[in-house]
Design a protein around this ligand. Structure first.
Ligand code: 13P
Ligand code: SF4
Length: 304
């Protein structure tokens, strides 16, 4: 049955000149059918440069919004409009403006896990892959970092010369990965390296051999001479890690690493979205232009 659906999806993608983007946390079968999989940074870059008329975004709402901000002439379809990100909802424009008023002239660095409105009220965006570079690119000594307190604190360790004003947001999925769960896995697999995402709590990331974005994990694990890894991020990442590294072993650090929003999108949802070209995600032009400024400043920073 799923082969029939996949075939229908492929046909409709061709008919609509559509591209299917999928985040690294999507269900295995959605990643399998996607034209491009990646982390938030890679998917933003793809959304900005694609020639397709339609972008079908398999991810969560803020990612589809970023695609709509970066590709105004294209239709951006999010198969599950109820796929949100609780961390993105932890900061509003009103709250951010209140904080800004308390720190006049201090630039705001906003993690892409945020609404278009919040991006529009920011100086520059960042993803987990480029947050350190973004912070280093600022001439100011002080900065406001929203909404992820964990990513902010992880970056701050590498730039002691900067003064951070943190927001108290966090990813509930990564925060469910506890120190005791990680220590237990380390005890069960003493020969494994522990790799985690910077959205993890500081007491967990301090236990890691390497901390990086989801795509950073693919690069690290495929080039590392090690053969066994404990993975501290959402379970969806295991699909491609295992596919691309058949001789290596990957162990999830905690069974709690499951993002309910990232798991909503099914192949049936993708098919329906391609049949109807709905639901469309769009951003009002005034907000889009301002948010684009913050994303463009981020994208102007060269990748490694
Ligand atoms: P990256 O894929 O950019 O590392 O992001 C992780 C995440 O939580 C996306 O929601
Ligand atoms: Fe948001 Fe965390 Fe889910 Fe990513 S994994 S979408 S940050 S709740």
């Amino acid at each position: 049955m799923s082969e029939v659906i996949k075939q229908q999806i492929r046909e409709l993608l061709g008919q609509h000149n559509a591209v299917l983007l999928a985040h690294n946390y999507m269900r295995d079968e959605v990643q399998e059918i996607a034209d491009i999989t990646g982390d938030s940074l890679a998917l933003s870059i793809e959304a900005a440069k694609t020639d397709a008329d339609v972008i079908v975004f398999c991810g969560v709402h803020f990612m589809a919004e970023s695609a709509a901000i970066l590709s105004p002439g294209k239709k951006v379809v999010l198969p599950r409009p109820d796929a949100g990100c609780p961390m993105a909802d932890m900061v509003t424009v009103e709250q951010l403006e209140q904080l800004r008023a308390q720190h006049p002239g201090v630039p705001v660095v906003t993690y892409v896990n945020s609404s278009a409105e919040v991006k529009a009220h920011s100086d520059i965006c960042c993803t987990s892959a480029n947050a350190l570079k973004v912070v280093r690119s600022l001439k100011e000594e002080e900065l406001i970092f929203v909404p992820d307190r964990n990513l902010g604190r992880w970056v701050a360790k590498f730039v002691p010369e900067k003064k951070f004003i943190f927001w108290d947001g966090y990813c509930p999925t990564h925060e469910r990965m506890t120190v005791s769960a990680v220590l237990q896995k380390k005890a069960e697999h003493p020969d494994a390296l522990f790799i985690c995402h910077p959205e993890s709590a500081p007491e967990v990331s301090v236990l890691a051999d390497h901390v990086c974005s989801t795509s950073g994990m693919y690069d690290y694990c495929s080039t590392s001479p090690a053969t066994k890894f404990i993975i501290g991020t959402e379970a969806g990442i295991l699909y491609k890690l295992r596919l691309d590294n058949p001789g290596k072993e990957f162990i999830l650090a905690s069974p709690a690493l499951f993002c309910p929003n990232m798991k909503l999108t099914s192949l049936e949802d993708v098919l329906l979205a391609l049949q109807t070209l709905e639901p469309v995600v769009s951003v009002p032009e005034e907000i889009r232009v301002k948010a684009r400024g913050a994303l463009d400043r981020m994208l102007a920073i060269p990748r490694d």
